[in-house]
Design a protein around this ligand. Structure first.
Ligand code: PLP
Length: 372
């Protein structure tokens, strides 16, 4: 065997250039490295209230059954979701988080050399999923940090297989109106799969914000994804889903791993859907605390990008890493988003009232420090 053998030479150039996904810093790691005991994680858009107490109780009960394989068809959860979205159970594909479903869509619908259209600053998983399929990735310039739907529509050509839209987008919190998405869907040829990722839909009450799961009868190429990681507070269990035509769903199910969702995750998801009070409380808290945070940043003269999610991008007006490090030493974990081509910004997730007060206090100390 040649001593110069390197497995890196065996993979596509897209893959060899790829850096592994950089998740938010875990609390335990910060506490270990900096000797802090009461750190706050505002880095991963999790529900600061946690999961519904009903979920926690249910999991305790179901724990005895974990030696059994889960129901690979996800019958019970799909039944609940079908009622909720007024679709058939044969239109729902469950995933190990919605990232799993996004990845499935790229694997199913993109042939090597075909094009995937995404926006600058879009959720990174679309890019990653496309790299794995050896697609040509067409990144369309953003407009005021949001997706430029018109330009993305124009970027579609006969080689285009798939487009991804985040509504709202993470990390920018920008969102797309019903009218612009309708217009796009009426112009994109049906041979192009259009994915609309609604990971934060449950937080949003804007009249112009569409629930695209209701549009499936109009557009056979539309796929809408949702997750239990955000308002439902199940990020650690990994469960999400897509809604699409039965045909698209059938193709996805051919590629899906047979037991991609755990029994506890599926049971928890049902309990989370049922606890509407907890969802409402989470939505309410987010609304109030988003207001608190954006006022706080504005008083400190930090500009933010207006967001309808449970997170906010703060402009540091210079490379943000020193500020990120300073905030870590204050016990506050934010998310640097240089990987999203926004090196001057930190993304801050909305927490509880007490957590957000600590966040603003830390930014205040940052302001007074020599760091910025
Ligand atoms: C958090 C998030 C998801 C959810 O990912 P999961 O795999 O379901 O945890 C999907 N899309 C966007 C835009 C997100 O921010």
């Amino acid at each position: 065997m040649s001593s110069r053998f390197s497995p890196y030479d065996l993979v596509s150039s897209g893959l060899s250039r790829l850096r592994p996904y950089d998740p938010g810093k875990p609390l335990e790691e910060l506490e270990r490295e900096y000797g802090i005991s009461d750190a706050i994680k505002a880095a991963s858009n999790e529900n600061p209230l946690g999961a519904s107490p009903r979920v926690v109780n249910l999991i305790k009960k179901r724990v005895n059954g974990i030696h059994r394989y889960p129901d690979g068809s996800g019958y019970d959860l799909k039944k609940e979701l079908a009622v909720r979205h007024h679709v058939g159970t044969d239109q729902i594909c469950l995933g190990n988080g919605s990232n799993d479903v996004l990845d499935l869509l790229a694997r199913v619908f993109v042939k090597p050399g075909q094009v995937g259209v995404i926006s600058r600053h879009a959720f990174i998983v679309y890019y990653l999923s496309l790299v794995y399929t050896h697609a040509e990735i067409r990144v369309v310039e953003a407009k005021d940090f949001g997706h430029d739907v018109e330009a993305m529509t124009k970027a579609v050509d006969e080689n285009t297989a798939i487009m991804f839209f985040a509504n709202p987008n993470n990390p920018t919190g920008t969102w797309l109106r019903e009218s612009e998405l309708r217009r796009m869907l009426s112009r994109v040829p049906p041979e192009v799969i259009v994915v609309i990722d609604e990971a934060y839909a449950e937080y949003i009450k804007e009249p112009q914000y569409p629930d695209c799961t209701q549009w499936l009868p109009d557009y056979p190429n539309l796929v809408v994804t949702r997750t239990f990681s955000k308002i439902f507070g199940l990020a650690g269990l990994r469960i999400g889903y897509s809604v699409s035509s039965p045909e698209i769903n059938d193709l996805m199910n051919r590629v899906r791993q047979p037991f991609n969702c755990s029994s506890l995750a599926m049971a928890a998801a049902i309990a989370a859907l049922e606890d509407e009070e907890h969802t409402e409380r989470s939505r309410q808290l987010n609304r109030e605390q988003m207001q608190y945070l954006s006022n706080g940043f504005s008083q400190l003269q930090f500009e933010t990008i207006e967001s309808v999610g449970n997170f906010l991008c703060v402009d540091m007006n210079r490379p943000a890493m020193p500020a990120y490090e300073y905030l870590l030493r204050c016990g506050v974990i934010t998310r640097p988003i240089g990987g999203y081509e926004m090196p001057n910004y930190l993304r801050v997730s909305v927490g509880t009232e007490a957590e957000n007060a600590r966040v603003i206090e830390a930014f205040e100390r940052l302001k007074d420090s020599a760091v910025i």
